[in-house]
Structure formats: structure tokens, C-alpha cells
Write a protein that binds this ligand. Structure first.
Ligand SMILES: Cc1cc2nc3c(=O)[nH]c(=O)nc-3n(C[C@H](O)[C@H](O)[C@H](O)COP(=O)(O)OP(=O)(O)OC[C@H]3O[C@@H](n4cnc5c(N)ncnc54)[C@H](O)[C@@H]3O)c2cc1C
Length: 333
């Protein structure tokens, strides 16, 4: 079976929804890509009792949703999901498949691409369409030192994973309608080597760093775990989130969740406060959407200082403590 028009598919990664919004972000980008040639924007979803997500995807731009809804799909098993996706792609032949670069997407998408013998660009930070209507997939390469633009001209579908927070979702449209294609679960599915015993939500903060308006980010220049803790106090006073560089995460001063950069999160705050960070490309690649940056560093020549709107040449610790003092005084006044 072949679809009449070349569809753009977005894989429905609804785990940790409402917090995880990457599928909605990809639907918005798919709509943008589709505007050139009028490709239908579709979502694909597997699971059990997934109607609320189907409605959500339609409200966020999906014109059609392919659904495999079955009790046996309650828990995610990569072997099963990969086979389901392969089956649907072979049957409906979409032009492109976009997947969120979440832990789940990073495990799932390459396996699907391998089975379909097509290419996959992982961890894209931008997508566009060229004059030949090929998907131009922009991703950091060579340790993040350059951004590569990759196309997949000879194999279909064109596949990419995209980091959460890179694109903006469309507003929720309560009046939107879409076609729902209910696909029966295939009779034969691979026997999984993994048995899901139970699953539990990891407790998390109320806000996500990708969506934070204020981010207080610290690097090795903070000096120690003890001193780094001041950044949490400052972020709390400002109603922001704490981000960190890789050495900080590796030294266990902050969780991996806080890592900002090529190997971590992409952020787009209104205000970024950067303390004791040199500004390596692997870190700054994730800051391009920050609106206003204040950097504190002892070295005025550090790339982070060059990138900042306001560069303060000083000891990061002292400036952080002074800011905390000043804010507390203003709150008291
Ligand atoms: C494949 C790959 C992926 C990577 N991914 C990431 C990533 O996702 N995120 C990331 O952050 N890094 C990543 N890195 C590491 C990256 O290259 C840098 O090593 C890292 O960002 C540097 O972190 P930093 O700025 O905290 O430390 P440093 O580079 O050591 O800089 C410390 C800065 O603090 C300043 N300083 C020192 N003392 C003080 C003080 N008292 N007051 C004020 N300033 C002071 C120094 O002048 C210096 O500029 C990656 C590297 C590779 C190879």
C-alpha cells in the first residue's frame, strides 16, 4: 500500500508527557517542512489506551494519526516497537520519519533505520527542505566543532532524531480534526528478551530546563561542589533552573539532567547567567537561542565572555554570593 502524497511522520513519544513535549515540537516542524510541497503531516503512536495522545497530536498539527492500540503494548519494549514501525513504514511508505532524541528515541530510531536499510541523522539541531525537496538534517559533528548538513538522497524514508527543545510547538487547536487510521496489531511479534516487571516515574523538578526563562549555569571555574551549591540558591531566588558543563557533571557537582550542550540539553532562556565557564563549542552549541547572557569569568578572553551581552571579569563565586545577598536584601526591603 502506498500513500497518495509523501507523508511526513512524527513518532509519538508520549512517555513522561506532559513534560516531554518533543513530539509536539516535531509536529510543528513537520508542518513547517510540509508547507513547501503540501505533504501531509502524520503522527504514529503505539501503546494501550492512547486516545488522549491521539487527540493531543491532532490538536497540535497532525492531519492523520496511525494508531496501534493494544493491551500488550502497555509497557514499552524496543524489539516490539521497532517491528511495528518497520511494518507500518513498509506498508505506507512515508517520505520522512522524525523521532525525538530522547533516551527512548535514541534507542528506537537507529534500530528502525537499520531494519529499513536507510540513513538516520541523530541529534539534529535543525531541519529544512532543499530545492530538491530533500530533508536537510543539521547535526553537530566532529565533537561539535562543526555543524554538518546531511541529506539522504537515495534511501527512504529520510530519518532524523531531533533534540527536545529545538523547535517550538504549535498552539493547541481545540477545533482541529484529523484522520485516525487504526492499524491492527500484527499477529506475529518477536518474543522479547526483556520482561517488564514494573515501571515507576522518576521524581523530577516541576519545571524543565529546556523551558526555563532563567538559567543559572556553572562551570569548573566555580571551584568545588560546595561552592557550586550557591548557584542552586541563586537560581531559586530568581525562579530559574541550574545548568552545568560536562566537567561539573563528571565531578558530581550536579546531575546529568543539568548538562547543557551537545551531549546534554538545549536551552532558550530569556536570561542566562554563566559562571566560570570557558565556552567550549560543545557547550555553547546549546545556547544559540538564549536571549541575554551575563558571563562571569576571571579570563576576559574566554569564548563565553566574547559571546556574552555583559561580561564580568571577576571571581565567579564572589559575584554569585554578591547577587544572592543583593536579591535577599531587595526581597526584605
Ligand atoms: C564529544 C564531546 C562532547 C561534549 N559535550 C559537552 C556538553 O554537552 N556540554 C559541555 O559543557 N561540555 C561538553 N564537552 C566538554 C567541552 O569540550 C569542555 O571541556 C567543557 O564545556 C568545559 O567546561 P568548563 O567551561 O566548565 O571548564 P573549563 O574549560 O575548564 O573552563 C573553566 C573556566 O572557568 C574560568 N575560571 C576559573 N576559575 C575561576 C574563578 N574563580 N572565577 C571565574 N572564572 C574562573 C576559567 O578562566 C575558564 O574559562 C564535550 C566534549 C566532547 C569532546
Amino acid at each position: 500500500m502506498k500513500t497518495t502524497k509523501e507523508e511526513i511522520w512524527v513518532f509519538g513519544d508520549y512517555r513522561n508527557y506532559f513534560r516531554n513535549r518533543v513530539t509536539l515540537q516535531l509536529l510543528a516542524k513537520a508542518a513547517d517542512l510540509a508547507s513547501q510541497k503540501g505533504n501531509p503531516v502524520c503522527a504514529v503512536i503505539f501503546g494501550s489506551d492512547v486516545k488522549e495522545y491521539v487527540d493531543e497530536y491532532i490538536a497540535h498539527g497532525a492531519e492523520k494519526v496511525y494508531v496501534i492500540d493494544h493491551a500488550s503494548l502497555k509497557g514499552y519494549l524496543v524489539e516490539t516497537y521497532v517491528v511495528l514501525m518497520e511494518t507500518l513504514v513498509r506498508r505506507y511508505k512515508p517520505e520522512m520519519v522524525l523521532v525525538g532524541a530522547t533516551c527512548f528515541g535514541r534507542e528506537f530510531a537507529p534500530r528502525v533505520a537499520k531494519r529499513l536499510k536507510t540513513g538516520l541523522t541523530a541529534d539534529c539541531v535543525n531541519l529544512s527542505m532543499n530545492e530538491d525537496a530533500l530533508l536537510v538534517q543539521t547535526a553537530p559533528a566532529f565533537g561539535g566543532n562543526l555543524l554538518a548538513k546531511i541529506i539522504t538522497p537515495h534511501h527512504k524514508p529520510q530519518m532524523a532524531t531531533v533534540r527536545p527543545g529545538v523547535f517550538k510547538e504549535l498552539p493547541h487547536d481545540y477545533g482541529a480534526t484529523g484522520e485516525i487510521v487504526n492499524v491492527p496489531i500484527p499477529k506475529r511479534l518477536p518474543k522479547s528478551g526483556v520482561r517488564l516487571i514494573s515501571s515507576e516515574h522518576e521524581p523530577h523538578r516541576t519545571s524543565k530546563i529546556e523551558d526555563a526563562k532563567i538559567v543559572v549555569c556553572g562551570g569548573r571555574g566555580m571551584g568545588s561542589k560546595q561552592k557550586f551549591k550557591k548557584l542552586f540558591a541563586l537560581a531559586e531566588l530568581l525562579g530559574g533552573e541550574v545548568g552545568a558543563t560536562r566537567p561539573v557533571v563528571y565531578s558530581n557537582w550536579a546531575d546529568h539532567d543539568a548538562l547543557i550542550g551537545q551531549a546534554g540539553r538545549q536551552i532558550k532562556p530569556q536570561l542566562l547567567l554563566s559562571f566560570g565557564i570557558s565556552g567550549a563549542i560543545q557547550h555553547t552549541a546549546a545556547l544559540s537561542d538564549a536571549k541575554f547572557i551575563i558571563a562571569v569569568n576571571k579570563n576576559p578572553e574566554a569564548p563565553m565572555m566574547k559571546m556574552a551581552d555583559v561580561a564580568i571579569v571577576a571571581d565567579a563565586n564572589q559575584v554569585c554570593s554578591a547577587m544572592i545577598r543583593e536579591i535577599k536584601e531587595r526581597i526584605r526591603a
